[in-house]
Design a binder for this molecule. Sequence first.
Ligand code: 13P
Ligand code: SF4
Length: 309
Amino acid sequence: MASSVPTTNPEVLRERVRTLKKERRALILAHNYQVGEVQDAADFVGDSLELSRKAASADADVIVFCGVHFMAETAAILSPGRIVLIPDPKAGCPMADMITADDMIRWKALYPGRAAVCYVNTSAAVKAECDVCCTSANSVKVVDSVPGPEVLFAPDKNLAAWTATQTSKTIIPWDGYCRVHNNIRAEDIRSARKKYPGAEVWAHPECRPEVLALAHRTLSTGGMVREARATSAEEIIVATEATMIYRLAKENPAKRFYPAHEMAFCANMRKITLAKLVASLESMTHRVVVPPDIADRARVAIERMIQYG
Ligand code: 13P
Ligand code: SF4
C-alpha cells in the first residue's frame, strides 16, 4: 500500500495513482472538462456518452469517476457489480438540479402520451421517470427514435432548442440551462471573431441559440476532439467550458484554440484534483450508490440511449 503522507508534488501524486490503481484494480475515467493533471492520470478521457459506454464495458473492480455527480451515478447504474467512487462528492451539476423526480412526474402528467427524453445531466431519480436519456452527442438520434410527433425534453432548454432545429418533431422543453454555457453571449463570439478573423467557431449545444447561430459547427465535447483531428482549420474559437482547450491543444499542437469566453469554467468539474484522486483511491471514498429500485428504472432509459447511438 502506498504511503498516505499528504503531498502536493505532482510526480509523487502521479506515481501514487499508478500504484494504487494496480492495487485496487481500478479504472479512472475523466470528462473532457477535467483539469489537465486529472486527465493525464486517467485511463480514458471522453464526453458523457463515451464515458457511459466505457463504464458499461469496464473490466475493473473499482471505477473512479473524475467528473460531476450525475456522471458517476450513471457509471454506478451501468456497472452494478463495481464500486464507483467520485473524488469530491460536492462536484454536482447545477443544471441537473434544475429538475427533480417530482417535477418530472407532474410535468409528464400535463402531457400524457408524450415520450419523455432526459439529458444525462439529470439525477438518477429523474432518469428513472424518463423513457430514454440522451447526451449532446446523440440528442437528435434519440428524439427521432422515440414514438410520436411531440417529445418532452429536460432539463436543458438550449439543447432542446438546437435539437428541434435538427428534427421534424416538436420538442416541449423544460426551462433549465447550464450557467457556464448560457453566460457565453453572441457578443463574445463577435469580439473573438474580430480578434481572430480567420478562425472557425465551434459551439457546444448547451450554448444559447444566438451563439449557435454564429458557429460553424455545433459539437459535443467528444465531437470537438474528433473534429479537431480532422479539420484543416488552423484556428478555432471554442464556445464551451474553457478547460476543453487543454485536450484540444495537447492533441493538436499545430492548431490554435481560443476560448469564446475566458472565464467559462465549470467550478464543479474543477473540484476534482490530482490530490483528491489519490485520496479517493487510498481511502476508497466517496462511494456513489444508487438505490436498486431507482437504478433498475434509470438503467432502462440509459441503455435505450446507448442502443440508439
Ligand atoms: P458532453 O456530453 O458534450 O461531454 O457534455 C457534458 C456537459 O456537462 C457539458 O456541459
Ligand atoms: Fe453541468 Fe454546465 Fe458544469 Fe456541464 S458545464 S457539468 S452542464 S454546470
